[in-house]
Design a protein around this ligand. Sequence first.
Ligand SMILES: [Zn+2]
Ligand SMILES: [Zn+2]
Length: 307
Amino acid sequence: MHRSGAVMAWNVFKFCTALRGLGSIMILLVLGVVGVTYYAVVLTSYGPALYDGGLTSVIAVAVLILFHGLLVMLLWSYFSVVLTDPGGVPPNWRPIMDEERGEGDPLTGSDFGVSPADASKQRVRYCRKCSQMKPPRCHHCSVCGRCILKMDHHCVWVVNCVGALNYKYFLLFLFYTFLETSLVTLSLLPHFIAFFTEGEIPGSPGTLATTFLAFVLNLAFALSVMGFLIMHISMVAANTTTIEAYEKKTTLKWRYDLGRKKNFEQVFGTDKLYWFIPAYTEEDLRRMPVLQGLEFPSKPDLDAQEF
Ligand SMILES: [Zn+2]
Ligand SMILES: [Zn+2]
């Protein structure tokens, strides 16, 4: 399959391409991990502990409320990433060619194809595979087989591209997965320690094996998601996507870096109540063209922006 040099160099992307065949099996895998964890935490550990009385019951109530609350947010964010179109280029899209926007994209003219007609200008990016012009920060995904607006990466866990329209949902999915897996790891830790220190522990071999598996899986996810989350927080703060962070040779003059607060708002919106849920307010969607993934305010024309 023909791919551009830039995409070939992107290792994670190649990994994703190799896993293309897995498709929706990944969704079943995620739900399987949730199922095993639910069985271990709710059905065999803290559910029965509700009837023990005293402090044990109080702790069980707290763990169960927190566990279910985080699980709802996790699944809501997860299916929002899976089901939301990351953003495609509208048919017959044309760049706004005025003086201000004639600055050109820093990525222009590198490994990206420029149509012969536009070669002299070296400003408009063009996708040969889609035979269309590319808006700023848009990249072609060889897994999806189309151009994705403000593409971050193609994620196998969500069987979808992560782009302009679902990046916030993806970050919330990471955030709630980190909190949930950390809670599960801590709440199953006493059982895990008892497994190795006490000779006689209650429960069938199947129950013990499930608890053991849930602990190991959640610990592994908590640690790996934490690293991923820290990486994405730093990229949101600098207003770069994973692809841009990889391609950017210098951090000196990144035209989309408007300062941490504005960079954060460009992903999460301006309404604090909506920062923690996978949705945007109607007003933000109307007021911030950046949320549609076609126009991005940049340093040179910062004064012209309303927000
Ligand atoms: Zn394309
Ligand atoms: Zn994709």
